[in-house]
Ligand binder design. Structure first.
Ligand SMILES: Cc1cc2nc3c(=O)[nH]c(=O)nc-3n(C[C@H](O)[C@H](O)[C@H](O)COP(=O)(O)OP(=O)(O)OC[C@H]3O[C@@H](n4cnc5c(N)ncnc54)[C@H](O)[C@@H]3O)c2cc1C
Ligand code: SF4
Length: 469
């Protein structure tokens, strides 16, 4: 069913379609030209806090950040003084290989955390420095492909719903995008992807396979047929919006972009907020440090007074109503779009994705059998990312391995990279199973952090090598 007129969040006239991997490489080069030293293939493993307090960045799997009011005073005056980088050259059991290199401390008067959707150090700061919002962060998972196509696409396409199910009990909220990526002199490309909120109920929902199912629609086939898939990727998106935004500063530190929950959920856009919050952080840091201060509280005010704060406040209750199903949720959200967030007002709280009780249905029977040309399985998709994770690296995924069967199934189907397997010989009637975990497949999408486990940074340089996604 075409939506006419196009709802405001889906209007994209005047926007650019770019590969975020290419944009990041370009920005990195500009930063180096301007004198920045970029430590590539290096992870921030621990947050360094002044002598009174060192927060290790490690919290127990599935642990919760301590809730606190956005306006409550800060806890103590711990000052962030930098990060410790991760060790390299450890074996599967954590022992030192012959090429072992220990991490080192990078000490600074200002530390900017811009770790994206599943920030390891950000999580430690939220918990250890009491920065978390009262409402928990929630996420969606997006899986995308880039195709070379015969005919250039001439429009931006967004869809909502199908092949997700509209009934409220399934709690399936999401949709697709199809964007043209045309450059003069090059084979035309399209970016196609599907995003689903991770508070869905069916343990057998797999966003990777929903995308394959979506590609079978005749209108999508018309765009892709005769083309060739050239790239694939997966990543989570923070969707808690305004109510789940943490405090964005502590002495010596600020949080930018997705790590601070800055994503416009109805528009599915966060790149402009990541860049804008980085610019606001730079301005605050410059003026504060010049004045001899590591109090960066004016950064948070600047974010909330900018278009970021304004947009997020307007859309503060737009995701939550979809918990009541696509039709009811869509009607409430439309009212919010039309009234710029005034109706219905109030505070619609978010609930942890992992708190959603699970159902086991035969959802998986609908997924197409991969043919390797038009529809693909997870492993061949991971292969296209050039995933560089060593097979003998220590596991960077913190999960409980013996878990209830529904949870094991949920992780197996959810993970776009086939990291989790339920053993075939696990007795059918058993309530608990021992998961098989293949961490070297992981593309660090972050979804496991939403669903009861926790992703930590792998060894620097490990992971997918995205080129055009
Ligand atoms: C499927 C999908 C589609 C999207 N579509 C759009 C769109 O069309 N338009 C739009 O504007 N936005 C879109 N977004 C949102 C957008 O991608 C994000 O809002 C944006 O990339 C956030 O930028 P960031 O710099 O905060 O985080 P990221 O882009 O995630 O960058 C964070 C980087 O930090 C690295 N990192 C994390 N932790 C550590 C650590 N401890 N040490 C070292 N490195 C670390 C990560 O590997 C990553 O490279 C989409 C997101 C998804 C998932
Ligand atoms: S194991 Fe890696 S790829 Fe799989 S869901 Fe977790 S973070 Fe994503």
């Amino acid at each position: 069913l075409p939506l006419k007129p196009t709802p405001p969040p889906f209007r994209n006239h005047g926007n650019f379609v770019v590969s975020v991997a290419e944009l990041n490489r370009w920005l990195g080069e500009r930063a180096e030209e301007a004198g920045a030293y970029v430590l590539s293939e290096t992870v921030g493993a621990k947050l360094l806090v002044d002598d009174d307090y060192e927060q290790s960045g490690e919290r127990s799997a599935g642990g919760e950040a301590s809730g606190r009011d956005r306006n409550a005073p800060g806890r103590g005056r711990s000052t962030v003084i930098g990060v410790r980088t991760g060790d390299k050259g450890r074996d599967k059991d954590g022992g030192r290989k012959s090429n072992f290199e220990p991490g080192s401390d990078v000490v600074a008067r200002a530390t900017v955390l811009a770790e994206g959707c599943w920030g390891h150090l950000t999580g430690a700061a939220l918990k250890g420095l009491g920065l978390a919002a009262k409402d928990p962060q929630v996420w969606a998972l997006g899986v995308k492909e880039v195709w070379e196509v015969e005919q250039p696409l001439d429009r931006v396409i967004h869809t909502l719903g199908w092949p997700l199910r509209p009934q409220a009990r399934f709690k399936e909220f999401g949709g697709s995008w199809i964007y043209p990526m045309n450059r003069p002199g090059e084979t035309p490309r399209v970016s196609i992807g599907f995003v689903v909120g991770l508070d869905y109920a069916d343990a057998r929902l797999s966003v990777h396979d929903v995308l394959q199912e979506f590609k079978l629609h005749p209108l999508v086939r018309k765009i892709l047929t005769g083309g060739k898939r050239v790239a694939w990727g997966a990543k989570a998106i923070p969707e808690g919006g305004y109510w789940a935004m943490p405090r964005l500063h502590a002495p010596g530190m600020v949080i930018c972009g997705d790590g601070g929950g800055m994503v416009n959920v109805p528009k599915l856009k966060g790149i402009h907020y990541a860049i804008r919050s980085g610019m606001l952080a730079a301005e605050t840091l410059y003026s504060s440090l010049k004045a001899g201060s590591t109090d960066f509280s004016s950064y948070e005010r600047a974010v909330h007074q900018s278009e970021i704060g304004k947009d997020l406040y307007e859309s503060r209750n737009m995701k939550q109503p979809f918990g009541r199903g696509l039709i009811v949720g869509g009607a409430i959200t439309n009212a919010m779009v039309v009234t710029k967030g005034r109706l219905p007002g109030g505070h619609w709280p978010t609930h942890r994705d992992s708190d959603q009780p699970l159902l086991l249905t035969d959802r998986d029977k609908r997924y197409p059998k991969p043919d390797g040309k038009y529809t693909f399985d997870k492993l061949s998709s991971v292969f296209t990312t050039g995933n560089a994770t060593r097979d003998d690296a220590p596991s960077h995924i913190r999960i409980q391995q013996r878990v209830p069967r529904e949870l094991a199934e949920a992780w197996k189907w959810m993970c776009p990279a086939a990291v989790y397997e339920v053993p075939e010989d696990a007795p059918q009637g058993s309530e608990h199973v021992d998961l098989i975990v293949n961490p070297s497949n992981c593309v660090q999408c972050g979804a496991i952090t939403a669903k009861g486990g926790r992703l930590t940074p792998p060894e620097g340089g490990d992971g997918p090598v995205y080129q055009v996604t």
